[in-house]
Design a protein around this ligand. Structure first.
Ligand code: FES
Length: 146
């Protein structure tokens, strides 16, 4: 497999500014990008929680790489942005708060290290393409009937 490259990568930090187990928020245009180096793996996501827009920067990260919003504890996969939990806190009241906005995935971005810099791709993570050298499946021509 290979990954696509795009010219929409933007350098946002020097590599040594995002040490292991650290986080940084950078602003690019309208985007507040939360960069996370979690145990050596890099993630880039929207810093604004999809629930009510509060910052995710100090959110707890669990063993499944889900970040938990520090406000109403919605949880989102750092890998896919999928919702793992929606506004469960505080008990009882959280259910009402959760209905204030429609359940929505966290926006995630591509992130990579290049030439000593941390780069993000606001179009999303690199897409996986089929390996062009892989065996092709040939579809036999239709049989002709006489
Ligand atoms: S603002 Fe994040 S869960 Fe409510």
């Amino acid at each position: 497999m290979s990954t696509t490259t795009s010219d929409t990568w933007i350098k946002v930090l020097e590599e040594d500014e995002l040490k292991e187990n650290s986080r940084k928020v950078v602003t690019h245009g309208q985007h507040q990008i939360l960069l996370i180096n979690h145990k050596g793996t890099l993630f880039a996501v929207n810093n604004q929680c999809p629930h009510l827009g509060f910052p995710l920067k100090t959110g707890y990260i669990d063993g499944d790489n889900c970040i938990h919003c520090p406000f109403h504890r919605s949880a989102f996969s750092l890998e896919s942005g999928d919702v793992a939990d929606w506004a469960p806190w505080p008990p009882g009241l959280g259910i009402m708060l959760g209905k204030l906005s429609k359940e929505e995935a966290l926006e995630i971005y591509g992130v990579r290290i290049r030439d000593g810099g941390v780069e993000v791709n606001l179009a999303g993570p690199p897409k996986v393409e089929a390996d062009p050298n892989a065996t092709k499946i040939l579809i036999p021509p239709e049989e002709t009937t006489s």
